[in-house]
Design a protein around this ligand. Structure first.
Ligand code: FE2
Length: 147
């Protein structure tokens, strides 16, 4: 499967979230580019998992602040995905070659998730925080951006 490319179709309408999604795409592409190098893969996998988990937490906080009615269902989808990726990481740690399979799974999952579940919360977040997301509490930002 090819490298994933950002396009406006993936925008949820909130800049801060789009930027995080773009960064996740960069990680996924790094995975794509290094599927045959286990040493690099180890770091890429750890970084991808860590950043994606923080990003999910960020989204969930914003949804909660915006009183988004489908937060619980959305969080359940995030949690299931985290467990699914953790199983890939376990297989990798056990010596299996899972990089390509994981890459394809991530691409499919991310594109579908961003275009459906994430796009659905867009209007609620824009209403609460504006299209940049900068009206969000400062604490929201510091964890991921340090500003
Ligand atoms: Fe999400």
């Amino acid at each position: 499967m090819a490298r994933l490319q950002w396009s406006d179709e993936l925008s949820v309408g909130v800049d801060v979230i789009d930027k995080q999604h773009q960064r996740i795409i960069e990680y996924v592409n790094k995975l794509h580019d290094n599927v045959h190098d286990r040493a690099i893969l180890k770091d890429v996998l750890e970084d991808t998992i860590e950043y994606t988990e923080s990003h999910f937490g960020f989204e969930e906080e914003m949804m909660a602040e915006a009183n988004y009615p489908y937060l619980r269902a959305h969080k359940r989808i995030h949690d299931l995905f985290i467990r699914r990726v953790a199983r890939y990481k376990e297989r990798f740690d056990a010596g299996e070659d899972i990089a390509e399979e994981l890459h394809d799974t991530l691409v499919r999952w991310l594109v579908t998730h961003i275009k459906s579940e994430d796009a659905n919360y867009g209007p609620a977040l824009i209403k609460k925080f504006g299209a940049t997301g900068k009206k969000a509490k400062k604490g929201f930002w510091s964890r991921l951006f340090g500003d």
